[in-house]
Unconditional design. Structure first.
Length: 349
């Protein structure tokens, strides 16, 4: 079973706050009868669309992937480690927070026992788009509870304007919400644990409100601690492309590549990589074969591939994401002439 770059089919999830058209990323998802909020690109129930695992779910394929696919760094990883998705909000998401690993390991064993640290990259944003990320200085648990009781909780959040291309890092324990008029590419630790604290009075098709998780949210919220925030991308060296590191932590690293001519993406033998196409079309080529790519697709590149060539037919923007070894990453980038101060702006411990 020779390792080969492999396309993954997305799964689309209905959400009350979602959109009835996912174009241009997914033009076939237009004039929808119910709103779709998320496209999961690496959910364990997503189907493999090409290569030797074609037809299997990603979760099933992962259990069978040898070290040549996974990479030696992830050889012993039981569960697929990175969840990538697109988010399509036409209303505000609930005010919510995610637990960290320590809390999830004790209180959420049945849900996988993993916390949720994430980053958002704005694929597109209309004028006036904004999100809420972190609490204002001085907000403690008492003020948070008072805001809940008075219906003014939203006023306690920091508001961030969003423009196309912006990136935000969201560590576990940071309360947040995403607003409408944008499309987000989210890269995160693989977990679906969300504690809602306020949902703007919405009800589902049966007239029932969604469940809230106020007690758990208060236990995991990091009151008074740094809340992540907007990240300024760090330009990295690349041949034939513009490459920027968007954010990195021990769970994931994400880069944005702009390719207008042939370029080469190197693959570290220590780990597999994921490539998500934001814009453009063309072909990927590797020593044994090639495959066409289109906007909205996600490809898994095995660790033993060494490299993958991007041959764009139109200007291509893509997200490259992987599980990094942070000390090694720092050493390599410092060797490329990038200062420790610059790295500290995009690499989060």
């Amino acid at each position: 079973m020779r390792p080969t770059p492999t396309r993954i089919e997305p799964i689309f999830s209905p959400r009350l706050w979602g959109a009835r058209s996912l174009a241009p990323l997914f033009p076939e998802k237009s004039n929808l009868t119910e709103p779709l909020g998320e496209a999961w690109l690496t959910g364990v129930d997503c189907r493999i669309a090409s290569g030797p695992f074609a037809g299997k779910t990603l979760g099933a394929a992962w259990t069978e992937m040898p070290v040549g696919w996974r990479g030696s760094q992830l050889a012993a990883e039981v569960n697929f480690p990175v969840l990538v998705k697109f988010i399509f909000p036409t209303e505000k998401l609930s005010l919510q927070v995610h637990p960290d690993d320590a809390y999830a390991a004790v209180h959420e064993k049945s849900a996988g026992g993993r916390g949720k640290t994430e980053m958002w990259h704005a694929v597109s944003a209309l004028a006036g788009a904004q999100l809420q990320l972190g609490l204002k200085p001085g907000v403690d648990q008492e003020k948070f509870r008072a805001g809940l009781a008075s219906g003014t909780l939203e006023d306690l959040f920091e508001v961030q304007p969003v423009r196309t291309g912006d990136t935000f890092f969201v560590p576990a324990g940071t309360p947040h919400s995403i607003g409408p008029n944008m499309v987000i590419c989210e890269v995160q630790e693989y977990s679906d644990l969300t504690y809602r604290v306020y949902d703007f009075g919405r009800v589902d098709a049966h007239g029932k409100p969604r469940e809230l998780h106020i007690d758990k949210a208060l236990q995991v919220t990091d009151f008074g601690k740094p809340a992540g925030g907007k990240v300024i991308p760090l330009l990295l060296p690349a041949d034939g492309a513009t490459r920027s590191l968007l954010a990195a932590c021990r769970y994931f690293a994400a880069e944005r590549w702009e390719c207008s001519a042939k370029c080469e993406i190197p693959v570290d033998p220590e780990r597999f990589e994921l490539i998500v196409i934001l814009e453009g079309a063309g072909s990927f080529a590797w020593p044994e074969s090639a495959g066409r790519y289109h906007r909205g697709e996600c490809w898994l590149v095995p660790a033993s591939q060494a490299r993958i060539d991007v041959l764009p037919e139109s200007a291509t923007s893509l997200i490259r994401t992987y599980v990094p070894d942070i000390p090694v990453m720092r050493t390599e980038l410092h060797r490329d002439g990038i200062s420790a101060a610059a790295l500290a702006q995009v690499i989060f411990d």
